[in-house]
Write a protein that binds this ligand. Structure first.
Ligand code: RI2
Length: 311
């Protein structure tokens, strides 16, 4: 039963499944499937095995809170279940509901964000964010005649996926190396990127290099917009937890043969963009300023959260 969960976790770790929204949906779906196929004995056994499944998925990649939120949404009613059947059904239904909510949120962000794009705009995006690309494709479909610069995004080069996807959608897209960002910024009207995690003080954690885009945009007076479903908001950060930045294998940067002897490699794959560089966070609930994230989190979690100083 845990084999399928382990396989999903491994696909997430190896980035066969990637993108903060996609890993959240895959995590939730894996929990649902686990519950569907469960043939153990008691409610207590189920809770224990579900806990193992949950942890297996959460251990796959540490940075995107979307995965945590997707898995957590799937198991949230298990503690109130009085029978194995009730517990299993709740996981199955909640995981499906999360998947639907997540896909709808990406569509809604596309509609809202596209209104912020003007006819003839030149946009810049980084990495491969389905939320940000949704906005760009929707704006193009509305006939807004836009141009897009897509960063290569070393070391995984997700920018190639972005360029392909946008080109196939009929967008005029130009691929640039990451170090060209500041040079091209004076041709750009707005930046749209995705997010892996948004903290309670409005800091955005996204693909390494995002904060450099934000600095260059700030210098050039270009609006910097983040497209993020609200399940990318991290409740833990309200209670002082910091976001762990994933470091990946050095082979992603330079393989053994290309690496001179004695040279070390440091490969952090996300960075933090402070709220002061962010003009808008486009969510399925509407366009927020980074300073509004805290209030939204409190509302989402309910006022009672502070009673015990924990959640
Ligand atoms: P969506 C990706 O992470 C990128 O950082 C991207 O900006 C972010 O997830 C959000 O993607 P990775 O899995 O959820 O490529 O908008 O490391 O698709």
């Amino acid at each position: 039963m845990l084999d399928a969960v382990r396989e999903t976790a491994s696909d997430i770790r190896e980035m066969k499944i990637r993108g903060a929204g996609r890993i959240a949906r895959a995590g939730a779906a894996a929990m649902g499937k686990f519950a569907e196929n469960y043939c153990g004995g008691s409610l207590e056994d189920f809770k224990k095995d579900l806990g193992t499944a949950r942890q297996t998925l959460l251990d796959s990649r540490p940075t995107a809170v979307s995965l945590w939120n997707g898995v957590q949404a799937s198991v949230r009613d298990v503690q109130n279940a009085t029978s194995l059947e009730e517990a299993r059904d709740s996981v199955i239904l909640n995981s499906r509901a999360f998947g639907e909510m997540s896909s709808n949120a990406v569509e809604t962000i596309a509609k809202i964000g596209s209104r912020m794009v003007r006819k003839g705009d030149t946009l810049l995006t980084h990495c491969n964010s389905s939320a940000a690309l949704g906005v760009i494709k929707e704006a193009c479909a509305q006939g807004k005649d836009i141009k897009v610069y897509a960063t290569e995004t070393r070391p995984w080069r997700q920018g190639l996926l972005t360029a392909k996807e946008l080109s196939e959608a009929g967008v005029d897209v130009t691929l640039i190396v990451d170090s060209a960002v500041r040079f091209v910024m004076n041709k750009v009207d707005a930046v749209f990127v995705g997010a892996d995690t948004v903290t309670s003080n409005g800091t955005v954690i996204n693909k390494i290099g995002t904060s450099q885009l934000a600095l260059a945009a700030d210098e050039a007076g270009v609006p910097f917009n983040v497209c993020a479903e609200s399940y990318k908001f991290s409740p833990m950060t309200m209670f002082g937890e910091t976001v762990m930045i994933e470091e990946r294998d050095h082979g992603e940067v330079a393989d053994g043969a290309a690496l001179p002897k004695g040279v070390k490699v440091y490969n952090p794959v996300f960075d933090k963009t402070p709220a002061k560089y962010i003009d808008a966070i486009i969510t399925e609930m509407g366009v927020l300023s980074p300073g509004a994230v805290y209030e939204v989190m409190v509302r989402q979690m309910g006022e009672g959260i502070f009673k015990n100083g924990d959640f």
